[in-house]
Write a new protein. Structure first.
Length: 262
């Protein structure tokens, strides 16, 4: 029961949506650095290719790109079909792709809801369903296949910013993850979510630039998240160490929620 075997993901096949940038890129690197084969997918083909080149330079696992625009349902199907051509099983699915929209309440457009909920919630279900046959082929009772859904503390609290569709979508994602845990656990597939606090990413860039000191002052640990924090959590959930975790929402926020002032 040594730590090396408990947290081993070497040889596992992983799909990370939105894996070329931000939190997804951090997660992808964590898997590749520990010997996994990682497929990254997003609509930015150039960023996917650049990320794959950098990840393969690590020389441990392998990285491949399958660019796809998840706003289009047929692109989700194409991703699943392409993955099935290349692999006969999938050990880990990380649903990370997401979008945000901020606008004052009185000006918040209906189109924002369609855009944000489609990518952050509906496509998570669609992609998961499409690759479930591959997850089932990898799953065993002692080593289930894993689904990791990247949520947000804004799905657990009321955010200060006017991001109505985003916070609602992440709250929905956390609950969808629990529903999937119950349904797919019977197929030896676990489903968990990470409610992430602030990390350095394109989505958070402007907010951190303007409010970083204030944000860090509200976090008991006094800092934002690092690549090691989110990659480590995913490695735990994907390895033997996390094999019995199912239906959990893990707050990965440095204590942001418990440090909130009422």
């Amino acid at each position: 029961m040594d730590a090396q075997s408990l947290f081993d993901v070497k040889g596992k096949v992983v799909l990370v949506t939105g894996g070329a940038k931000g939190i997804g890129r951090m997660i992808s690197e964590g898997f590749v650095a520990n010997g996994a084969t990682v497929y990254i997918s997003s609509r930015d083909a150039k960023s996917c290719d650049e990320a794959v080149k950098e990840l393969n330079a690590l020389g441990k696992g392998k990285a491949h790109a399958i660019p796809a625009d998840f706003y289009k349902e047929e692109e989700c199907q194409r991703l699943a079909d392409e993955l099935k051509k290349r692999e006969n099983k999938l050990h880990v699915l990380v649903n990370n792709s997401g979008s945000n929209w901020g606008a004052p309440y009185d000006e918040y457009p209906s189109s924002a809801w369609s855009r944000v909920l489609t990518l952050n919630l509906q496509r998570v279900f669609d992609i998961t369903k499409l690759v479930t046959p591959l997850l089932e082929k990898a799953a065993t009772p002692s080593d289930p296949a894993r689904i990791i859904n990247i949520g947000s503390v804004d799905g657990l609290r009321v955010p200060a910013l006017e991001t109505f569709a985003y916070s609602a979508s992440k709250a929905g994602l956390h609950h969808l993850s629990r529903v999937l845990a119950n349904h797919l656990g019977k197929r030896n597939i676990t489903s968990n979510s990470l409610a992430c606090g602030p990390f350095q990413s394109k989505m958070m860039a402007a907010t951190l630039e303007a409010y970083r000191e204030t944000i860090e002052a509200g976090i008991p640990l006094g800092r934002i998240g690092t690549p090691q924090d989110v990659a480590g959590s995913c490695l735990f959930l994907s390895s033997r160490a996390g094999a019995f975790v199912n239906g959990a929402t893990i707050t990965l926020d440095g204590g942001t929620l418990v440090g909130s002032k009422l």
